[in-house]
Design a binder for this molecule. Structure first.
Ligand SMILES: Cc1cc2nc3c(=O)[nH]c(=O)nc-3n(C[C@H](O)[C@H](O)[C@H](O)COP(=O)(O)O)c2cc1C
Length: 221
């Protein structure tokens, strides 16, 4: 039996990303998001128009996508209900958010210089992706009531740094999914992935066949 249902949110489970950006005064902001999907060396993120991260990304055109593993869940949770915006936007005040100017310290994460973009990486996260903003797309633009509240941003990855511990033995360009335990947000709760549950027919395709010009153009050092 299925019931017609009206859930308020449709967060069925996506990986958490810690987005690092540079504030106008040169300090760093760091914020969790989980509305993200990946295509080649690009990704789309969905983000509130009223976030400091959005303001910074639109102004500077760059960010670092830090992917926490399940081990960094405490750091992610310490960033919940914080914003780098001062004053706190009305909608966030209502939800209990507070202004937090030093998000790396709040999270207990260590800023690490990036190679190509200005925002810092978060050392403790096993995956760092330096990225540049390519385009913006409005969400719910046809509805005057919702227009302008959420935007989606296309980001191009220009450099990837991976912790040795998640790599396949002797294969620096391959992540071993048995070693990588992404942090998943599902309906506002934190989860990890379980063990592999089935052999995958799709996995017969060698990863190399998914190469895109973005990857080939990215410099290696
Ligand atoms: C686990 C988690 C996932 C989140 N996912 C999103 C998201 O996908 N998009 C979004 O706009 N906000 C998301 N948020 C809320 C933002 O973190 C929040 O808007 C925050 O104030 C942004 O920080 P900033 O204003 O300093 O940029 C999420 C928060 C948490 C804790």
């Amino acid at each position: 039996m299925h019931q017609i249902s009206h859930p308020s949110i449709l967060y069925f489970g996506t990986p958490v990303v810690l987005l690092s950006t540079v504030n106008a005064d040169g300090t760093y902001n760091l914020a969790p998001i989980s509305s993200v999907f990946w295509l080649g060396w690009r990704c789309m993120i969905g983000i509130s128009a009223f976030s400091k991260t959005t303001e910074n990304l639109l102004r500077t055109g760059e960010c670092v996508l830090n992917l926490p593993s399940v081990d960094e869940v405490g750091a992610v949770n310490r960033l919940a209900l914080t914003t780098g915006s001062n004053p706190v936007p009305a909608g966030k005040q209502q939800k209990g958010y507070r202004f937090e100017p030093n998000k790396f310290a709040t999270a207990g994460l260590t800023p690490l210089p990036s190679d190509i973009v200005r925002p810092a990486r978060a050392r403790e996260c096993p995956v760092h992706m330096e990225a540049q903003l390519v385009s913006t797309h409005p969400l719910s633009d046809e509805d005057p009531q919702q227009r302008g509240r959420i935007i989606t941003l296309e980001l191009k990855i220009v450099r990837i740094h991976l912790d040795d511990r998640i790599l396949m033995e002797g294969k620096p360009d391959h992540i071993d999914p048995d070693k990588w335990r992404p942090l998943i947000m599902s309906f506002q709760q934190f989860y990890g992935l379980g063990e592999q549950i089935h052999t995958s027919t799709l996995a017969r395709i060698p990863e190399e066949l998914y190469q895109t010009p973005d990857r080939d153009r990215a410099t290696r050092a």
